[in-house]
Design a protein around this ligand. Structure first.
Ligand SMILES: C[S@@+](CC[C@H](N)C(=O)[O-])C[C@H]1O[C@@H](n2cnc3c(N)ncnc32)[C@H](O)[C@@H]1O
Length: 363
C-alpha cells in the first residue's frame, strides 16, 4: 500500500544521498549551483534546445534542462520527506499507471519500482534521456498527451477507464487547457482509481524575520475551503516582486496559468473526483536560521534550480510578442531578477507546491 498523507511524516526522512546528488549535479552541470548565480548563457534562449511540437510548453529539453529537472526532483523528494506519490494505492491491485509529462523519467522510474507488477507509461513531448536503466515495466511514449487520447486517432493504450492511477507533475509551463487535461485524466482512470497532480502556484512569498522555520516548512494539509480562502497564516507572507508580475503576465499571454497549483483542488472537485486531499509544500529559495542541514541543501539547490530556469523562460516567453514597450519590460524584469538573485541566499523566499489527489467514484 502506498502511503496517503496521514502516514507520511516530514523530517523523518533523512536523505543520505542529497549531498552526493548535489556534488554530482555540480560536477556534471556546467551551471554551478552557487549562491545567486545565474548563468549568462542560461539567459540566452538562442543557445538552448526546445521541443519541436506545437504544444505550448516553454522550457528547454536539452542536457542542461535534464540536469535541472533531476536536481528539482531530488529537491522535491527531500522536501516531501522521501515520498514521491501520495494517493492510497493498493500494490496488489494496481496494474496500469501513467506519468504525464515525465521529463527525465525520474518519477516514472520511481513509480515502476514501487509497482513492479504494473505496466507504467511515461508520456512526454520530448525523448526521455537515458540517465538510468529502463525498468522492464516502463514504456515511454513521445507524444502530446492530448494527441494520444483525443479524436481523431486515440491510441488504444490510453483508452478510457483503463488506468488505476493517473499522475502528472509540474505541467504549469505546458498546459493551456487544464480543465480539458483533468477531464482527460478522469476519463482515463478506472472507477475507484486515483488521479494525482503536483503543481506550483507561481507567486513569491517571503518568510518574515521573526518567524521560525520548522513550523513553516512543515507541509500543510488544507481543506478545499482553506485553499479557496487562503486563510492559512503563511498566506500572509505574499511578497511578489516586479519581475514575477511580468513573468505571470507572459505566462497568461501564452494561455498558461501561473496560479494552477492553487486552482487544482477546486478543479478536482468540479471534475467529480471524491476523497480529495490537498497538501501544500513550501519550495524555499533561501537559507535561513532554524533550517536543518538537509533543508539548507535543498534551499540552495532549489535556488539554483529556479535561477537556471527563470531567465531562459522569461526570454523564451517574450519571443514573438514584438511590442517595444513589452520587450523593455521583459529586459528590465531579467535585470531585476539578476539583481535580486544576488540576495536570495538570505532572502527567505518561497513558492507553494500543491499536491492534490482524488478518487474517481466507483460506478
Ligand atoms: C517541468 S517538466 C516536469 C517533468 C517531471 N514531471 C518532473 O516532475 O520532473 C514538464 C514536462 O512536461 C512535458 N510536457 C509539457 N506539455 C506536455 C504535453 N502536452 N504532453 C506531454 N508532455 C508534456 C515537457 O516536455 C516536460 O518534459
Amino acid at each position: 500500500m502506498a502511503l496517503g498523507f496521514a502516514n507520511t511524516s516530514y523530517r523523518e526522512y533523512q536523505p543520505q544521498t542529497i549531498y552526493n546528488t548535489i556534488t554530482l549535479i555540480s560536477k556534471q552541470n556546467p551551471f554551478k549551483m552557487s549562491p545567486g548565480a545565474i548563468s549568462p548563457t542560461a539567459a540566452n534562449e538562442v543557445e538552448r534546445k526546445y521541443h519541436s511540437t506545437k504544444a505550448a510548453y516553454s522550457l528547454p529539453n536539452d542536457n542542461i534542462e535534464h540536469h535541472r529537472l533531476e536536481s528539482q526532483a531530488e529537491c522535491l523528494r527531500v522536501n516531501q520527506g522521501g515520498t514521491d506519490f501520495f494517493a492510497p494505492l493498493d500494490k496488489e491491485i494496481v496494474r496500469k499507471t501513467i506519468d504525464i509529462g515525465c521529463g527525465t523519467g525520474f518519477l516514472t522510474h520511481a513509480m515502476a519500482s514501487e509497482f513492479p507488477a504494473a505496466q507504467i507509461y511515461g508520456v512526454d513531448l520530448s525523448p526521455v534521456p537515458e540517465l538510468r536503466p529502463k525498468l522492464p515495466n516502463i514504456e515511454y511514449v513521445i507524444e502530446n498527451i492530448a494527441t494520444l487520447t483525443d479524436p481523431p486517432n486515440p491510441d488504444d493504450r490510453f483508452k478510457p477507464a483503463s488506468f488505476d492511477y493517473v499522475f502528472s507533475r509540474l505541467l504549469i509551463m505546458g498546459l493551456t487547457d487544464w480543465k480539458g487535461h483533468l477531464q482527460r485524466c478522469v476519463s482515463m482512470v478506472k472507477p475507484g482509481g486515483w488521479v494525482e497532480f503536483h503543481d506550483l502556484e507561481n507567486v513569491v512569498h517571503r518568510v518574515p524575520d521573526d518567524v521560525t522555520t520548522p513550523t513553516l516548512l512543515a507541509p500543510h494539509d488544507l481543506t478545499l475551503a482553506q485553499v479557496k480562502s487562503k486563510s492559512h497564516p503563511a498566506d500572509q507572507y505574499l511578497n511578489d516582486p516586479a519581475w514575477n508580475v511580468t513573468f505571470q503576465k507572459l505566462l497568461r499571454r501564452k494561455g498558461l496559468d501561473p496560479l494552477i497549483g492553487w486552482r487544482l483542488p477546486q478543479m478536482f472537485a468540479d471534475a467529480g473526483l471524491v476523497d480529495i486531499k490537498v497538501r501544500r509544500y513550501m519550495y524555499p529559495w533561501g537559507v535561513w536560521e532554524g533550517m536543518t542541514d538537509a533543508e539548507k541543501q535543498f534551499a540552495e539547490l532549489g535556488r539554483g534550480v529556479i535561477s537556471q530556469m527563470l531567465p531562459s523562460a522569461l526570454a523564451k516567453l517574450q519571443q514573438g510578442i514584438g511590442k517595444a514597450e513589452e520587450e523593455g519590460e521583459v529586459k528590465s524584469a531579467i535585470e531585476d531578477l539578476h539583481a535580486q538573485a544576488r540576495s536570495w541566499e538570505r532572502g527567505r523566499l518561497f513558492i507553494w507546491l500543491y499536491v492534490v489527489y482524488g478518487r474517481k467514484p466507483a460506478e
